[in-house]
Design a protein around this ligand. Structure first.
Ligand code: NAD
Length: 248
């Protein structure tokens, strides 16, 4: 029997990159997946790429829109018959050198990366079963390692990590696990548009790169699939880094 046979999973950011790879991976392991993203096009591609034996239901919602999050979680529970696992992947990135850092950038990065994650956790916890419920939140190696020219993004991911550790401590008595996963650089649209802006010192980016190169999104999906399964059943409130040794 597959470890996700009959398991109901809500994934945000499932229309691209790591979220899409995770949806495809879990559907291949027989999960029922409720796939959330802000646009239909990416979700349609994910649905096309995910072939059984599980199933997948696409749902358009902006993770920063509180009523839309409440509705997405309600719809997921109704459509799947409950929610066993929440995977918060939706996120944005922006290079923000300190001299041009704007309040808008700070608000936007925190709104999507932290507030979106927190809202889905709050709502999903109304459904997650005691003893077996799991939340996986995608943070970043930038949460705990200096990433030059990325102060705002790094701070938002540090917030995701801190939020996850405290939430894990709060729900451990219910037997619900909360696992923050911190990837290093992953080859997705989030990073492919990351050209080094004029005037920035390219050498500074070397310290955050792995000599193994970038991870494939499928490699991070494999870590998520492990962490959210019974194989990771004793892991909670502890960060899992998948950074190709860049932080070693
Ligand atoms: P991606 O851009 O390929 O996918 C992100 C997805 O999130 C997109 O489908 C996007 O539409 C969705 N999204 C963004 N804002 C949203 C919103 N307001 N509402 C709903 N959906 C929204 O990027 P990715 O690389 O797959 O990133 C996934 C997560 O992994 C992010 O949280 C990112 O910060 C994190 N991460 C990525 C890397 C990397 O190098 N790619 C490294 C560390 C952490």
């Amino acid at each position: 029997m597959n470890r996700y046979d009959g398991v109901k999973v809500l994934i945000t950011g499932a229309g691209s990159g790591i979220g899409r790879a995770t949806a495809i991976r879990l559907v291949s392991e027989e999960a029922a997946v409720f796939a959330v993203d802000r646009t239909e096009d990416g979700l349609a591609e994910t649905v096309r790429s995910a072939s059984g034996p599980g199933r997948i239901v696409p749902h358009v919602a902006d993770v920063t829109d509180e009523p839309a999050v409440v509705e997405a979680v309600r719809a997921a529970a109704a459509e799947l018959g409950g929610i066993d696992v929440l995977v918060n992947v939706a996120g944005i990135h922006k290079t923000t050198p300190i001299d041009t850092l704007s309040v808008e950038d700070l608000h936007r990065l925190f709104s999507v990366n932290l507030v979106g994650t927190a809202l889905f956790c709050r709502e999903a916890l109304r459904h997650l079963p005691d003893r077996t419920g799991v939340i996986v939140n995608i943070a970043s190696s930038a949460a705990t390692q200096g990433n030059p020219y990325m102060t705002a993004y790094s701070a938002s991911k540090g917030a995701v990590l801190a939020f996850s550790l405290s939430l894990a401590a709060e729900v451990v008595g219910r037997g619900i696990r909360v696992v923050p996963i911190s990837p290093g650089t992953v080859a997705t649209p989030l990073t492919s548009g990351n050209v080094i802006p004029d005037g920035l010192d390219a050498r500074y980016f070397g310290r955050i790169r792995s000599l193994l190169g970038s991870a494939a999104p499928e490699q991070i999906a494999g870590v998520i699939a492990f962490a959210a399964s019974p194989d990771g059943g004793y892991i909670t409130g502890a960060e899992i880094r998948a950074d190709g040794g860049s932080g070693a």
